[in-house]
Design a protein around this ligand. Structure first.
Ligand SMILES: Cc1cc2nc3c(=O)[nH]c(=O)nc-3n(C[C@H](O)[C@H](O)[C@H](O)COP(=O)(O)O)c2cc1C
Ligand code: SF4
Ligand code: SF4
Length: 437
């Protein structure tokens, strides 16, 4: 059986699945149930400074986007950091860590951007025996208006400064949680590294309005006829998160900086993809809120089964394996040629591939042959874009088949070259032409 034990910046857990800082980790009751269900670790719901806790709205705080089968695809919230008393949280953290020594327990923090505030809270957390801290520089709503959360995470100089304060005032590992609400994720990651952060975690939620009520003309979730932007998460954000993780993993300036991958992870496969792109472990929120804590059991068994099947013995065999295969567009092989192919036995003759290709691609799929509905790819027109694959309702009915070296590409009338050739060398590229001259 594959060994999925995880060691993330020295914090050990029996598996790489942690619950992200959010309602599932807001109190001991939840965290204990999560550990009983099998979660390897948690990042406790973000704590604020000592004093009266923040106050949440008393009405709807969530919005959502669903697929046609009502499966939740995107999730939006306007919740703040914990609204429970700091001392109660600290007491519970200490007790849980004592009772569950083999699980990772990291505490998320967000206090005002002054050194005294960090100096005050760090020893209180250290005293609980927690394994580490995560700096919440990501929350895009509510706290950012008060100069915290993403208001800090959007300014690399602030990130570096706060990380430095934390490293100077605690022995606990520091994980810096990044906001995706920024143009280039590499800059805050570099700042975190420069400040001495042991790791980064990403993504926090994306600023969003999920929908507008067309009776009341109020954004949802609506509080007394008004709404504000919230933070978007769930399966819909996974592609954005994967790209940001990969950007950091392959940036020479942050290479080797441990990454905790977050964003839309719902299945073991999602988790494996994050690991392959360079994440050292993963965190989950929306999937647990949608399906309950026991989703972790399928994540664990799915990951183990896949690793066994593929002969991967430990997480080190997977982590970062896909990172070298992420490249810039200009380096993709322009001599690689694929054509769509339709399995006539699987085809239900719905015609969607024909309409998509006819109206918006390259007019490469038939609709009628000998007076009968018949959908077939005309190789002489097909550019291999795979739009038809993506719109076909029958899985694996249309596949992309690469042409072998030397085979004739009926569209161009040229044989497939065995050589790798990219845009930087292409004769149509003005820069390549100039370099050649
Ligand atoms: C209701 C809700 C509350 C959240 N609260 C926090 C928080 O207090 N601190 C934090 O760092 N992230 C918070 N998050 C963000 C999550 O930790 C996570 O980064 C994000 O939801 C993406 O992961 P997911 O797609 O698995 O949900 C919250 C998310 C949700 C849905
Ligand atoms: S791959 Fe693109 S061009 Fe080829 S048949 Fe499909 S949609 Fe048309
Ligand atoms: S979309 Fe798929 S099922 Fe529908 S006609 Fe095309 S190949 Fe057949």
């Amino acid at each position: 059986m594959a060994d999925i034990r995880n060691n993330f910046v020295g914090i050990k857990s029996p598996n790489p699945f942690w619950l992200a800082s959010a309602p599932p980790t807001d109190k001991a009751y939840n965290v204990v149930r999560a550990f009983k269900a099998g979660w390897g670790g948690v990042v406790w719901k973000t704590l604020g400074e000592e004093g009266p806790p923040v106050v949440n709205v008393n009405g709807p705080r969530y919005g959502a986007i669903w697929g046609a089968d009502r499966r939740l695809l995107g999730f939006n919230n306007i919740e703040l950091i914990t609204d429970r008393d700091l001392q109660i949280n600290l007491r519970e953290i200490k007790q849980v860590k004592m009772d569950w020594p083999d699980r990772a327990l990291v505490v998320s923090l967000m206090v005002p951007c002054v050194e005294e505030a960090w100096k005050a809270i760090l020893p209180l957390v250290e005293e609980t025996g927690a394994d580490g801290i995560e700096l919440n520089f990501g929350c895009p709503h509510g706290m950012s208006e008060r100069g915290m959360g993403s208001a800090v995470g959007q300014v690399p100089e602030y990130i570096e400064m706060v990380v430095r304060w934390c490293k100077a005032n605690t022995r606990m590992p520091v994980i810096t949680k990044l906001t995706p609400n920024i143009t280039d994720i590499r800059h805050p990651a570099r700042a975190a590294k420069a400040g001495g952060s042991d790791a980064v975690s990403l993504i926090n939620t994306i600023s969003s309005i999920t929908s507008v009520n067309l009776d009341s003309f109020s954004p949802e979730p609506s509080i007394d006829g008004k709404g504000s932007h919230g933070g978007y998460c769930g399966p819909a954000v996974k592609p954005i998160a994967l790209n940001m993780v990969a950007e950091i993993a392959r940036d020479p300036e942050t290479q080797g900086l441990p990454i905790s991958g977050i964003g839309g992870i719902t299945t073991w496969r999602d988790a494996a993809e994050f690991l392959a792109l360079g994440a050292g472990n993963v965190q989950v929120c929306t999937a647990a809120m949608t399906y309950g804590f026991k989703v972790v059991q399928e994540m664990i068994s799915g990951l183990e089964n896949w690793m066994d099947e593929k002969g991967h013995r430990s997480l080190d065999d997977i982590i970062g394996r896909a990172t070298p295969n992420v490249t810039d567009w200009q380096y993709l092989n322009l001599n690689y040629i694929a054509k769509a192919s339709i399995d006539q036995d699987a085809c239900i003759k719905c015609g969607r591939c024909h309409i998509a290709c006819e109206d918006t691609s390259h007019q490469a799929i038939t609709s009628m042959v000998d007076g009968k509905r018949h959908f077939e790819v005309m190789e002489e027109e097909c550019v291999g874009c795979n739009l038809c694959v993506n719109v076909c309702p029958v899985e694996n009915c249309i596949t992309m088949v690469p042409l072998a070296t030397g085979a004739m590409d009926k569209r161009t009338g040229k044989p497939v070259s065995p050589d790798y050739a990219n845009w930087t060398q292409h004769p149509n590229n003005p820069a390549a032409r100039q370099a050649a001259e």
